[in-house]
Design a protein around this ligand. Sequence first.
Ligand SMILES: Cc1ncc(COP(=O)(O)O)c(C=O)c1O
Length: 339
Amino acid sequence: MIDLRSDTVTKPTEVMRKAAYEAEVGDDVYEEDPTVNRLEDKAAELLGKEKALFVTSGTQGNQIAALTHCRPGEEVILEASSHIYIYEVGGFSTLANVQVRPIPGMNGAMDPVEVKNSIRSENIHYPTTSLICIENTHNLAGGAVLPLSNMQAINQIAKENNLQVHLDGARLFNAQVASGISVKEYAKNADSVQFCLSKGLGAPVGSIIAGTEEFINRARKWRKMLGGGLRQVGIIAAPGLIALEENIDRLAEDHVHAKLLADGLANIDGIKVENKVETNIIIINVKETKHTPESFVDALKYKGVLAGVFGLDTIRFVTHYDVTSEDIDKALVAVQEIV
Ligand SMILES: Cc1ncc(COP(=O)(O)O)c(C=O)c1O
């Protein structure tokens, strides 16, 4: 099977498995796991933040950010198709007890003027706006890279209004590789950052959140409350370190493969590529073929290719390190055969 459903399906490499086996460990609730400490230091350094914290998943990282930044009853501005709003089980309202204020974006980017206009004024009837969340790259916008200028404008508005900014950078390293702008530069425009080790970077488990030392000290308590205080967790932090040491620049290959696939798909009758394909995600519209998205995905599966139903007329492919250029050629043949 050529699995193009997501970049989360990668299996850890030999090197990662060996690193897990050999990892030096300690009790991380006591902050005594040397491998976790090395991973957190490395992540903080890459992001240019004072401190970082290893968390179980991207979702847990985002939830901890809301819990740490906000008080119950406050309001959070976010993009209407953001992962936090669509795919995190309503956690912001359930766990952090905050109200979300979704703003539809353009390619995942919110209009700074709309953001500014959505900040609540002081009024006895209103909730207090306390946080703005941005997502880069933007998953549902097809891995779109948010312009740095957009993030800068939003951060400036946040600071003028005494608000915090959280960056859901599950795929922030894809943005770095695609744009040439460092994660540190992006991270300057957010008070807290979450990124995933277990997507294109290829680690089996884990995410990082980073911010000031004071923020991370409070975040650590929320992580404990959520059951994310783990013990000899160096075993899973070790592959995360390998991911940061060896797999960042390699993301460029995923982007090349995505472009190859997108260009090939665009040449197939009836298929329309819906997104700009800046990173590793391709969304295609199959309305002009004989298939529904469901029957398209089923037919592809029969040919040995896995893709995901995305929307009413669309399906999605995601490239990652277990996908080769031969796989891309095979996937294109499979699509050609079924349309
Ligand atoms: C933008 C974004 N944020 C957060 C997450 C959540 O990550 P996890 O699956 O590790 O909870 C994802 C997962 O796909 C994502 O795409």
